[in-house]
Design a protein around this ligand. Sequence first.
Ligand SMILES: *Cc1c(COP(=O)(O)O)cnc(C)c1O
Length: 515
Amino acid sequence: MTTNEPGSLYQPAGTPAGLESVRNLVNSALDILQEVSAARVGPVAPGGPAGARDAAARALTGPLLPEEGGDPATVLAELIRPYAEWAVDITHPAALARMQPPPTDVAATAELVAAVLNQSLHAWESGPFALELDRWLIARLAELVGYDPAEASGALTPGGSVSNLMAMTMARDTTLGERTGAHPFAGGLRPLAAQPVVLCPEGVHFSIERAVRLLGLGDEHLLTVPVDKNGRMIPEEADRILAELPDHQIAVALVAVAGSTDLGIVDPLPELAAIARRHGVWLHADAAYGAGALFSPRLRGMLDGLAEADSVTVDLHKFGWSPASSAVLLVRRAETLLSFGLQPTTCLSSDDDTCAGYIGLQNTNLQTTRRADALKIAVTLRTLGSRAMGAMVDTCHDLARHAAARIAAEPRMELGTEPPLTAVLFRYLPGGGLDTDAFNGALRRRTMEEGRALIARTHIAREGGGSSVFLKLMLLNPETTTGQLDAVLDELLELAAAMEAEALRAPTRETTARG
Ligand SMILES: *Cc1c(COP(=O)(O)O)cnc(C)c1O
């Protein structure tokens, strides 16, 4: 059998016959998802890591590349069913761990279209309309953060971590270029007279640390700016550090957090922008999570000054109801993206293609082949509209405040801080000399093992040094009701009380480290 015979196993999705086949396969896949969804009891199947491993061992039998392939509906069903059964149900009210919002139906459909048409953004001939859509979306998102779209630009990325890496790269190249006339493009960093450093607050996302490491700046050249009692960067301290830098160091970036991952803290952006400008340093605002506040008239004011940053990281796959990856790095000045350009993209008479408008985006992005993420983001935002988006953000914020008030009123629970956005930090306070950190870690693992709730965990710095384990609820599902949230907390309290009694009766290793 050759591949283009009828009945062949290769069925391209985009032909008339392929589209009909996709329609049928999608229907059968959706039947399976609906069946699995109806049978669910919690946000994840019970059994923990061992359960997931067993399920995988049962499902993943036979070779990856069998000698003879199989019927697509059967192959799909074999993997889709266990995948769905062991998927975290992010629509469940007790799925509260991670920044994964339940995405919209229209976004999921756009994803299917993007896969069927398989456009790419790197060259004009890889996706002409996809390119136009990408450029249009970036201009509109630039406006959303307050940039002038005539001067601004950006890049869709696989996520905030890559956006942050791109921002640090541009900060390094642009600042060094402007301040020293030297550029790391040709000679690398070694011939530079000064060592580049980056300033950031405590609690910056780890992807900034990783970016500094990947750029060869050295971990020790990420300088920590002290924060105030609310966790916000102290502008005077940033100013002092910049003013007192020794001659052999040159600051290339000041990183501000606009909605920290754990506490939702927003650094004082207008003050930091003024300081960065005075010292000739690139200001990067990491609003991967916090940018959701832009949709809410009530919360938008928290992000005043965002447009004064040279670059802004925005993840719409977090606080934006678009599926991953829906991420963008926005830059105030389009030309700074040329850190990623190896070929000229302006019309230089010699390049016929560029002059004639056959321009792709591989020179303004870290990626070459790049999927069309703009489609699902655009349909999500246009379907919801600003009024619904604002209401959804506010509802999530209200849910967080409801949970915080409830926790603050529970004698056996401690609230971290009032939630500025939608993350609520708390911990259970066990009695009987049980170690609070170990107890909360064990409590979280038990909820996952039993498939009852998914809650995150983090470490929060204590005054006077050290850190404590806190649990975290991330509220990004506006369909959740306060009653459902109360039920999750009730169940958690009940489980904690049972574990406490258990630990005090028959000490186990997990919960009895006393301290
Ligand atoms: C989530 C997050 C990131 C990383 O984004 P990804 O999309 O997960 O790569 C960076 N910064 C902040 C503040 C975040 O909350």
